[in-house]
Design a protein around this ligand. Structure first.
Ligand SMILES: [Zn+2]
Length: 262
């Protein structure tokens, strides 16, 4: 030691080999927060990581502290420990049943690209999404993920719409792929289709139902009997698939909602 003192961090930094994502904890009975890092990040330079993400870390700590302050202080049995704040809210793996793909999410603190996704294609065995550098910021990461899924959805949905148009002799106007929070798809009075990129998270047979449902709206705008007759003419088990779709909606992974636009 040369006597030069570093400004002490208001938290401890630990290497945790069980983690895939960094996390911030406020251990029970302690006022000092702990930032836990997975080995690849810790080894690549914990101090640099902390420096870069100081703001996000402070926000997480404040949130944990607030949670503790508002907890009841009665002598009643202690509440179960709060789960550690996870950030960023990216899943380690993204399953896309519609296209039968599993994407591994890789967080690469070394890379310098801002908010970029590097998708390694077409090696179907090693589909990886690399979130580089500053995309650790949850907002950047979610925006980047949304962009990736939008592109992937376009490549999947546009040919599917074509195929169903031809098979059923229906014709839509423009096709837009969006990230809306509320609906799988819609059809405008002019016959323009809007489809949700989260369709990628459904089995293909349900996506077929959604697309065909919207295509039938180019002929029958409302949900009167004529609409259901037309839909069932092209898709005899449409009502079964509709039920399956309602059930599938309840099974979506939790990160989906935070990615969508209200
Ligand atoms: Zn409808």
């Amino acid at each position: 030691m040369d006597g030069e003192t570093k400004h002490p961090e208001p938290f401890d930094i630990l290497r945790n080999r069980r983690l895939t994502h960094p996390r911030v904890k406020l251990p029970a009975g302690s006022d000092r927060a702990v930032v836990e890092l997975p080995p690849p990040i810790y080894d690549a330079g914990a101090a640099r990581f902390v420096e870069f993400h100081r703001e996000a870390i402070q926000t997480s700590i404040s949130k944990l502290r607030r949670g503790r302050d508002t907890a009841p202080k009665s002598p009643a049995p202690a509440p179960p420990p709060k789960p550690a704040a996870a950030f960023p809210p990216l899943p380690p793996v993204i399953e896309l049943p519609a296209v039968k793909e599993t994407w591994k999410v890789i967080l690469d603190d070394e890379a310098a690209l801002r908010g970029s996704v590097r998708a390694l294609l077409p090696d179907q065995r090693a589909l990886t999404l690399t979130f580089a550098g500053p995309s650790w910021d949850p907002r950047v990461a979610l925006r980047t993920l949304r962009k990736f899924l939008q592109t992937r959805a376009q490549h999947y949905l546009l040919p599917l719409v074509d195929e169903l148009e031809q098979r059923c002799d229906l014709a839509a106007g423009t096709i837009t792929v969006r990230a809306q929070r509320t609906r799988w798809g819609s059809c405008s009075a002019k016959g323009n289709l809007s489809l949700n990129l989260t369709l990628l998270l459904l089995p293909h047979r349900l996506v077929e139902y959604v697309v065909l449902h919207e295509l039938c709206h180019t002929v029958e705008l409302n949900h009167a009997d004529a609409f259901w007759d037309l839909l069932q003419k092209h898709l005899p088990d449409a009502l079964d698939r509709r039920k399956e779709l309602r059930a599938a909606e309840q099974q979506l992974p939790s990160w989906v909602a935070s990615m969508l636009i209200a």
